[in-house]
Design a protein around this ligand. Structure first.
Ligand code: ADP
Ligand code: MG
Length: 254
């Protein structure tokens, strides 16, 4: 039964992404406060960027949503369910980091198929799904190579495909393009959106790059010093910056 359920969950078409509700999130290490009284609402299927300078708490917040770090206080609800104390592996989210973290001894196709294998998808469905996502990231021609035989951009495409292939309800990305050069970044930004539309996932995307945040997001959450300064759609940040900090970051200078 578990197998059938997993099969169905993994093969159903265009699953809707999940909604996320964060309330009064706090995180401190000893006497150092890293996140303070932080609220954030994300709608199902939205692409939300956490944007802010280095040290503003973006990764800490993302890792707390992933379940890789415990909050000191506050709650995280996903589709109305309190997941604050649910461990990472039981949240079923996809993750992409700046470092590609591929399995070096597995081929490209095996890396991409790995999340489906641990979800017990049968071989035929697995192969079809892997093929589809490898095509989406334009890597079907290197399916049988090892990661070490690929360029950095190709390796990151593999890790994107691997994170999306099981069409997670939530996909978390921490500066996934940070190690790549500018042209490649733009190409991959486009591919990430394409993959998101295909998988239907809710995406939370960490970056410190304003242009990237503005061009990719439905909504930007601007962080500074462990607080969210403003959450808004990109045009709104320009037109109605909430305070001098946002205005300096985004506002029209007229
Ligand atoms: P960002 O991703 O925006 O660069 P982080 O979330 O990584 O920021 O870090 C936010 C703050 O938390 C930083 O000041 C960092 O030094 C601090 N921090 C992160 N992890 C730890 C830790 N394990 N112990 C103490 N301080 C930490
Ligand atoms: Mg970070």
């Amino acid at each position: 039964m578990a197998q059938v359920m997993a099969e169905r969950a993994a093969t159903s078409r265009r699953p809707a992404g999940a909604s996320i509700r964060i309330r009064n999130a706090r995180k401190s290490y000893g006497t150092t406060t890293v996140l303070e009284h932080l609220d954030l609402d994300i709608e199902a299927g939205e692409f939300v960027t956490l944007l802010g300078p280095s040290g503003s708490g973006k990764s800490t917040l993302l890792n707390a949503i992933a379940g890789l770090e415990n909050l000191t206080g506050g709650t995280i609800e996903v589709d109305g369910r309190d997941l604050t104390h649910v461990p990472a592996h039981r949240r079923g989210f996809g993750m992409v980091f700046q470092s590609y973290a591929l399995f070096p001894h597995l081929t490209v196709a095996e890396n991409v198929g790995y999340p489906l294998r641990i979800r017990h998808l049968n071989t035929r469905n697995r192969r079809a799904r892997v093929e589809k996502y490898l095509q989406l990231v334009a890597l079907d021609h290197v399916a049988d190579r090892l990661p070490s035989q690929l360029s950095g951009g190709q390796q990151q495409r593999v890790s994107l495909a691997r994170a999306m292939v099981f069409e997670p309800r939530v996909l978390l990305m921490d500066e996934p393009l940070g190690a790549l050069d500018r042209n490649l970044r733009q190409a991959l930004q486009f591919e990430i959106r394409k993959l998101q539309l295909e998988a239907g996932s809710t995406v939370i995307y960490v970056t410190h790059d304003h242009d990237e945040a503005l061009s990719m997001s439905d909504k930007v959450a601007l962080l500074n010093g462990g607080r969210i300064v403003q959450v808004a759609a990109p045009p709104e940040l320009y037109r109605n910056p909430r305070n001098a900090y946002v205005a300096a970051a985004f506002g029209e200078t007229s």
